[in-house]
Design a protein around this ligand. Structure first.
Ligand SMILES: Nc1nc2c(ncn2[C@@H]2O[C@H](COP(=O)(O)OP(=O)(O)OP(=O)(O)O)[C@@H](O)[C@H]2O)c(=O)[nH]1
Ligand SMILES: [Mg+2]
Length: 235
């Protein structure tokens, strides 16, 4: 069977422990490309990947938003599946996300909320991050989405889209809320956004790079930037 015309893009910043644990489950052989965009790892991540023949593209400056653009420019595949190997994301969903694109979706997101999905904080009492995420998604749906069904997880980074579409979106966010901007801009264009319910795992090793408050504020900044595109102004 010929490989999918699709690339697995590993987003890494000191994730060697997650990579070690998950490597055997990442379906590298099914995809035409698998490469990493690395934000400057110093923990052996780059060496781990190099030993397995995985190309590592280094970013000129740090940030997930930069990494998304670097990936789109580095790949020659039609489609990209972004996977962060820190334990939160289930490698089994990589193929499922690509399948949604093959089915006609323009964006496919692994959703941690809504029917059949589980997020990291389920079972906890406060669930602060989950609540903030849910609120941001509801706001994005209310302001920018004119179709149905609603998009439950506008923020999750575990997603797939066509390379040309990503370039066409002309994203401007350099850091974490890149996914929020991608989703909002896709909704504004009326693109079909599919979601696949996922079970979010816990971080396997290393440390979190997304500190909650600054990242939360950055999401609000993205909302402000995209406000000129609210649907009743476009109607
Ligand atoms: N290429 C690249 N990857 C990054 C950068 N910053 C973070 N990442 C990766 O993006 C993924 C998500 O970052 P996390 O720190 O796990 O954020 P999070 O999932 O909100 O936090 P946890 O719940 O602790 O996992 C991880 O795989 C990071 O290694 C960056 O600047 N460049
Ligand atoms: Mg994570």
């Amino acid at each position: 069977m010929s490989p999918r015309d699709s690339a697995i893009v590993l987003l890494t910043l000191n994730e060697v422990e997650g990579l070690r644990a998950l490597w055997h489950r990442i379906p590298v052989g099914e995809f035409r490309e698998c490469f990493a965009v690395d934000g400057g790892s110093k923990d052996g991540t780059v060496e781990f990947l190099a030993e397995r023949g995985i190309p590592v593209v280094t970013q000129p400056i740090r940030g997930r938003g930069v990494a998304f653009r670097v990936a789109a420019e580095a790949s020659c595949c039609e489609r990209l599946v972004f996977f962060s190997p820190d334990g939160n994301e289930d490698p089994a969903d990589i193929v499922r996300l690509d399948d949604r694109l093959l089915d006609g979706a323009r964006v496919a997101i692994a959703r941690r909320f809504g029917p059949g999905a589980v997020n990291e904080e389920d079972g906890e009492t406060v669930r602060l991050r989950a609540r903030v995420n849910d609120t941001l998604s509801r706001v994005a749906n209310g302001l920018f989405h004119s179709g149905q069904p609603r998009v439950y997880d506008t923020i999750n980074g575990f997603r797939a889209l066509r390379r040309a579409d990503l370039l066409e979106l002309a994203t401007t966010v350099k850091r974490f809320p890149i996914e929020y901007q991608i989703t909002i801009r896709s909704l504004c264009r009326g693109w079909r956004v599919d979601e696949v319910p996922t079970i979010e795992g816990s971080r396997i090793g290393g440390v979190r790079k997304a500190s909650s408050w600054p990242v939360g504020v950055d999401h609000l900044k993205v909302l402000a930037t995209e406000l000129p595109n609210v649907r009743w102004l476009r109607a």
